[in-house]
Design a binder for this molecule. Structure first.
Ligand SMILES: *Cc1c(COP(=O)(O)O)cnc(C)c1O
Length: 361
């Protein structure tokens, strides 16, 4: 039997794929009986607005292909973001827009710069496109350091990605840092996935910087992660090219309906965002009192902690046995670390109880 391996693109040889979060379905019956709380993927524990559930219940016409331009959604987004609808493109999650941007700018062996640790999809799609991923390490507090920027920018650099605030560290990025990046003239993608938790945006700077690209998502603040809907704010020619290269029906009718209903129920959703921020501050304070954890200040809906003197992977699996799913990281400049997404007050209490028990062991 011949193998098809030899027909595959050789640059995919090293491509290992993304380790997605565990679905609660794979947990044992015993753990599920305890009640599973997912604090591992920065989802919104309050779920979507009830207006979304109602609108989805009334969704007709699913036998018809969706509007390939998301005309109505883009009008609503134009109002929400303060940017003309011609400069807005929606995608099946902002992940898809990351993919399309890389495909638009990056040929094999072209370079993509980002500041690590950061969101894994920048590397994922760069690798998939055969590009070269240039990781500029952040400092010990996970701040972006630009001293080495002149050395790392080359004539093969095609894109810079920066998450503001950053995932998985929660670090906010000073606007001056982004302005310095924009001064390179290279396409700079500012990923505002957690914009609603901070209020800090560059949406009003699109006119000023023709190389500025902004990405947003409904996954985190609006509780629509399962429907896959994101969007971006783009310079004219990037928006036109995205329209040209994207799969026409990539954003499905349910996602559009849910996003529109969310934008019509901002008060409800922003109240929940406020609760999450309050809970983040309470968890942060409490984590500072857990002797083996060093929490990093976060501007998003999660907190990253370095684990000191214990094994983070073991803590993750002990929490999992108690029905609490969290994310473990162990990479060169993010060693032995745990990320806790913010839950409801009861979830925080459960998490803290378990962390304190682990501390006594
Ligand atoms: C979650 C996240 C995204 C992806 O959002 P989707 O719209 O669900 O694809 C993008 N960027 C960052 C930094 C994220 O944390």
């Amino acid at each position: 039997m011949g193998s098809l391996q030899k027909f595959m693109r050789p640059e995919l040889g090293k491509f290992a794929g993304y380790a997605a979060c565990k679905s609660p379905e794979v947990l044992t019956e015993e753990v599920r009986r305890l009640g599973v709380v997912k604090l591992d993927a920065n989802e919104n524990v309050y779920g979507p607005s009830p207006a979304v559930t109602r609108a989805l219940g009334q969704l007709n016409d699913v036998h018809i292909y969706p509007d390939s331009c998301q005309t109505e959604l883009r009008k609503a987004l134009a109002q929400y973001a303060g940017v003309p609808s011609e400069n807005i493109v929606a995608g099946s999650g902002s992940d898809q827009l990351i993919d399309l941007l890389v495909r638009m700018f990056v040929s094999p062996d072209d370079e993509v710069i980002t500041f690590t640790p950061t969101f894994a999809m920048y590397k994922f799609f760069t690798d998939l496109a055969g590009g070269k991923f240039i990781a500029v390490p952040r400092d010990n507090d996970y701040q972006v350091v630009l001293d080495r920027l002149p050395e790392v920018v080359s004539d093969r650099t095609k894109l810079i990605f920066i998450a503001m605030p950053n995932n998985p560290t929660g670090t906010q990025v000073p606007l001056e840092t982004v302005y310095t990046l924009l001064q390179t003239g290279l396409p700079v993608v500012v990923d505002e996935a957690y914009y609603e938790f901070t209020g800090q945006t560059l949406a009003d700077k699109l006119d000023q910087y023709p190389n500025l690209i902004i990405l947003r998502t409904f996954s985190k603040w609006a509780g629509l992660a399962g429907l896959r809907i994101g969007y971006g704010l783009f310079p004219d020619e990037v928006a036109r090219k995205l329209d040209a290269i994207k799969d026409p029906y990539c954003v499905n009718a349910a996602a559009v309906t849910a996003a529109r209903a969310s934008l019509n129920d901002l008060d409800y959703l922003m109240d929940k965002v406020k609760l999450i921020i309050q809970e983040r501050e309470r968890l942060f304070q409490a984590l500072q009192g857990v002797y083996y954890l060093k929490p990093f200040p976060s501007a998003a809906n999660f907190i990253l902690c370095r684990v000191e003197g214990k094994n983070g992977a073991e803590i993750q699996s002990r929490l999992e046995q108690r029905g609490i799913l969290v994310r473990y990281f162990n990479s060169p400049n993010m060693e032995n670390s745990l990320r806790f997404s913010i839950g409801k007050p009861h979830d925080t209490d459960r998490l803290l109880t378990e962390l304190l028990k682990i501390g006594e062991a």
